[in-house]
Design a protein around this ligand. Sequence first.
Ligand code: KG4
Ligand code: ZN
Length: 343
Amino acid sequence: MITLGIETSCDETSAAVVNNGKIVLSNIVASSLSLHKKYGGVIPEIASRAQLEFIYSVVSRALKKAKIKIRQIGLIAVTKGPGLSGSLLVGVSFAKTLSFTRNIPLIGINHIQAHLYAPFFSKGTGNSSCRINFPFVGLVISGGHTSLFLVKDFNSFSLLGRTVDDAVGEAFDKAAKIMGLGYPGGPFIEKIARKGKKGAVKFSCGNLERELDFSFSGIKTAVLYRINNLCRLSGSLQGARLNNQDKADIACAFQETVFDDIIKKSILACQRKKIKSLVAGGGVASNNRFRDKLNNLAQNYNIKVYFPQTSYCLDNAAMVAGFGYQLYKRGISSGLNLRVEPT
Ligand code: KG4
Ligand code: ZN
């Protein structure tokens, strides 16, 4: 069965055509990122207007690249949330219209859960796609979410832990902004952290009553204080005045501390649930330092880690289509009364 996936939860407009939930025939992603850069974060109103501008051509390009006619589509899977309400509405309205006019079944998809489908597109042995057995612990680390799940099947997710304040990607973006780096901050921090001296700066992540929850707002503030101290300009954001070694040391300490915290809790979740497979997804999972650290530590506990290909870490419609196909196969679908679920 051929599924058309549509993803419009934030600043990316994406459409994908996926065969039998496994073979990605096309995955087109357009982004309004350049329009938000000067604000240092995504502006919802600008994002939703861009979604409207992009959606028709992105879906058309996805079909064309896949060499698939709309009449060959057996299912439309669309992100229903969480995300920005205006942006979500564009994708959901478009999907409903196509579903109604072409009489194609429709399914609304949870964006966070869809991130955990991305590793299923990775190559397994030979030409087959990656085989990941249930149950597994799912770790979603993105700009909007930091969550640990116990996943027993594609339709069985239980939340084990989540951030109580900033998402990890959000913390990277804010720390980068404080340091005067670009947006989105993750790739900038990863790059300069390579030149940082380990141990030159020390940070910590918040200790929480619920051991599998996360808190990243404290470390972001610690970065701000550290920079203010260094600049002797308390209260103002003068990241640009720091020398490059200071920035690298701070970036390195920030990244190591945040990743140690996430990895410790992910392994604890596996131990508590007696699970030997850990599946990671979301934009931050594209960080190579994170991949190395997690792989190394997980090995000591005999836990196998699955990552998406880098191109499927960030928001994309292939993961929505693939995940939608799996749910549809399990008898789940949506009606034309499908609503967006921004939170
Ligand atoms: O999954 P995603 O595209 O969006 C959400 O669903 O939120 O993730 C975007 C986030 C941004 O916060 C970005 O800074 C972060 O992923 N990110 C990274 C890296 N690449 C992207 N964080 C750390 N290291 C990276 N290499
Ligand atoms: Zn996402």
